[in-house]
Design a protein around this ligand. Structure first.
Ligand code: G5P
Ligand code: MG
Length: 226
């Protein structure tokens, strides 16, 4: 890759950030850093930030900005020589401003998926709590219902994926994300993708990024398997 490429993917819970990020990382060979996964790693490792973050995540609340920036910005410095894609950070204007003062972004991808679709998707979501691996009973089911493919341990459903909690989470997302999107729109780097299916959105994202990043290998045009 000739130069360093930095991107952010944003979107409401369940909009496909993680799924699309994996495809981008695989296709373009850039590092994928998910704020949710990073928090879960900190929780599993019992770090101070992880213990604090857990109390918020369990209630379906956002982790405070200063905790997020203190966790994420040093991590970005560690991978400063690599191209990366940030998934789930920044989520608030304060986080976006902190990121802004640390680096320049090339592209921001925003996923716009209808509310009814998100509700339906998250209803079918099952998670392996120890690793954060995510399944969907329709889109990417585990080999054995209720069981993690890798460890054979039981899968669980999140309390806040239930419809009532979800409505509140999605509404909150919109309020908080709007000023972040406006900031990136004003910089001319925001690209919005609207559809009900990740498989429909993916070719558009893939061609946008193909024009911006030289693909390191011939898999750039291949069809993803997950
Ligand atoms: P996370 O981990 O960032 P969310 O809730 O924002 O959590 P989530 O759940 O990870 O986002 P996603 O990554 O957008 O969703 O979507 P996904 O996992 O790829 O897809 C969702 C489901 O739909 C999966 O089961 C997938 O297989 C399926 N799917 C995908 N595409 C399709 C499709 O086309 N069709 C169908 N049928 N299914 C599909 O954050 C967790 C918590 O950490 C804290 C917050 O408390 C947050 O709630 N946090 C932060 N707090 C403050 N600031 C930050 N920056 C924070 N980041 C995280
Ligand atoms: Mg995710």
């Amino acid at each position: 890759m000739s130069r360093i490429f930095r991107a952010v993917i944003m979107g409401p819970p369940g909009s496909g950030k993680g799924t699309i990020s994996e495809r981008i990382a695989h296709t373009f060979g850039i590092q994928h850093l998910s704020s949710g996964d990073f928090l879960r790693e900190n929780i599993a490792a019992n770090t101070e930030a992880g213990t604090l973050a857990k109390t918020y995540i369990e209630k379906g609340l956002l982790v405070p900005d200063h905790v997020m920036t203190r966790l994420l910005l040093p991590r970005l410095e560690e991978i400063a020589r690599h191209s990366w894609l940030l998934d789930g950070f920044p989520r608030t204007l304060a986080q976006a401003q902190a990121l802004n003062s640390a680096c320049e972004l090339d592209v921001v991808i925003s996923l716009n998926v209808p509310f009814e679709t998100l509700k339906e998707r998250l209803r079918h979501r099952w998670i392996h709590p120890a690793s954060g691996r995510v399944y969907n009973l329709i889109f990417n089911p585990p080999h054995v219902t209720g069981i993690d493919d890798i460890t054979g341990e039981p899968l669980i459903q999140h309390e806040d994926d239930k419809p009532e909690a979800l409505v509140a989470r999605l509404r909150h997302y919109k309020d908080v994300a709007k000023p972040v999107m406006n900031l990136y729109k004003s910089k001319g780097i925001l690209h919005m993708f609207s559809d009900t299916d990740t498989d429909h959105i993916w070719p558009h994202i893939s061609s946008l990024l193909s024009a911006k990043i030289p693909a390191p290998r011939s898999s750039a045009q291949s069809t993803p398997t997950h």
